[in-house]
Design a binder for this molecule. Structure first.
Ligand code: FRU
Length: 310
C-alpha cells in the first residue's frame, strides 16, 4: 500500500517534470531560420552548412532548417515556398541562379520576412543583407596573377561557373579587367562548367584535343580547376599548363592542398560566410541594425603561403 502510493507520486512528479521540460524546449526555440541552400553536394557548400549548424548551436533560441535545392531552380523555389508554409522568421538564401530565384525571394521580403542573401546574388534590392566576397575583385586578382605568370603572352582556357549565377559573371568580368593591357594574352576557349569538377574535366578533354598549345587554365572554382588538371595529367600535358582556381577550401580534398601538391598554381580564398550569416540573422531577429552589404575578405594563396591555410 505504502509502496504503491510512493510509486504513484514518483510517476506523477515524473510526468509533471516531462511536461514542463518539453514546454520549456518549445519556449526556448523562439525563431525559425530557413536556409535555402542551392545545392548541398559540393564540398564548399557542405562546409557552409556545417559552419552554420555549428554557429547556430550558440543560440538555443533559434531553430535552423536547411533545404537542398539540388542545383535545380524550381526545386529551390519550392523549398522557399515550403519555408513560407512553415512560417519561418527569417530566410537565408544562396540562390542557384539569379533570375529564376528573384521573384520568390522578393515575395518573402514583401511579406515582411527578413532575407539574408548569401554568396550568390538575386536581381533585386529586395533583401535585408547580402553577405559574400567581392567576385569582381577575386576575378581581377586572378587576371593579374595570370598576366604575371604568362609574362604578358599566352593562351588561356576559361572554365566558367554556372552562367546564370552572379559569381560566374563577376569572376569573368574581373578576370578580363585583370588581364587588361596585355594584348599578347588570349582566351582561346571558354565553356560553362556549372561549378562541377566532372564538367571541368570534360571541357578540358575537349580543349586538349582542339589546341596543341595551352598555357593556362582559369577555372571559376577549385573543383573545376582540379577536373581540368586531371584531364591534362591524363594526356601527359599537366606540366606545360598553369591552373588557377577559386575557393581555397582547407582539408585533403580542398584547393589549398592542391596548391601544396603543385597541381594548382594558385587559388583565391572565397569564404563561405556561414557563421557570419547566422550571427547576422540573430542580430536582425533582435532588431539590431545591419549593413545592406557585408563584403568578406579574399586572399591569394600560392606556394608562398599555402601551408598556412591548410
Ligand atoms: C559551390 C560553388 C563554389 C563557388 C561558389 C560560387 O556551389 O560552386 O565552388 O565558389 O559556389 O557561388
Amino acid at each position: 500500500m505504502k509502496i504503491n502510493s510512493i510509486l504513484k507520486s514518483i510517476s506523477f512528479f515524473l510526468a509533471v517534470f516531462l511536461i514542463l521540460s518539453c514546454g520549456d524546449k518549445e519556449e526556448v526555440k523562439k525563431y525559425v531560420i530557413g536556409f535555402s541552400q542551392c545545392n548541398s553536394a559540393e564540398p564548399w557548400r557542405e562546409a557552409m552548412n556545417k559552419e552554420m549548424m555549428k554557429e547556430a548551436e550558440n543560440y538555443p533560441e533559434i531553430e535552423l532548417l536547411i533545404s537542398d535545392g539540388n542545383q535545380d531552380n524550381s526545386k529551390q523555389v519550392a523549398d522557399i515556398e515550403n519555408f513560407l508554409v512553415r512560417e519561418i522568421d527569417l530566410l537565408i538564401v544562396s540562390p542557384n541562379e539569379a533570375q529564376p530565384l528573384t521573384a520568390i525571394v522578393e515575395k518573402v521580403y514583401n511579406q515582411g520576412i527578413a532575407v539574408i542573401v548569401l554568396d550568390r546574388k538575386i536581381l533585386s534590392e529586395k533583401y535585408t543583407t547580402f553577405i559574400g566576397a567581392d567576385n569582381v575583385i577575386i576575378g581581377e586578382a586572378a587576371g593579374k596573377y595570370a598576366a604575371e605568370l604568362l609574362n604578358g603572352k599566352g593562351k588561356i582556357i576559361e572554365i566558367w561557373g554556372l552562367k546564370g549565377s552572379t559569381p560566374a559573371q563577376e569572376r569573368h568580368d574581373g578576370f578580363i579587367k585583370g588581364l587588361a593591357g596585355n594584348p599578347g594574352i588570349e582566351i582561346i576557349y571558354e565553356q560553362d562548367g556549372a561549378w562541377l569538377r566532372r564538367k571541368g574535366r570534360e571541357i578540358m578533354e575537349n580543349a586538349l584535343q582542339r589546341f596543341s598549345n595551352i598555357d593556362l587554365v582559369y577555372a571559376h572554382n577549385d573543383p573545376m580547376a582540379m577536373g581540368a588538371y586531371l584531364a591534362a595529367q591524363n594526356a601527359g600535358r599537366e606540366n606545360e599548363i598553369y591552373f588557377l582556381g577559386i575557393d581555397a577550401l582547407p582539408g585533403a580534398e580542398g584547393g589549398v592542398q592542391a596548391v601544396v601538391n603543385n597541381q594548382l598554381e594558385a587559388t583565391f580564398l572565397y569564404p563561405t560566410g556561414g557563421s557570419l550569416a547566422i550571427k547576422t540573422a540573430v542580430k536582425i531577429l533582435n532588431n539590431q541594425e545591419t549593413e545592406k552589404n557585408i563584403t568578406l575578405e579574399t586572399e591569394t594563396i600560392d606556394s608562398s603561403n599555402a601551408e598556412k591555410y591548410l
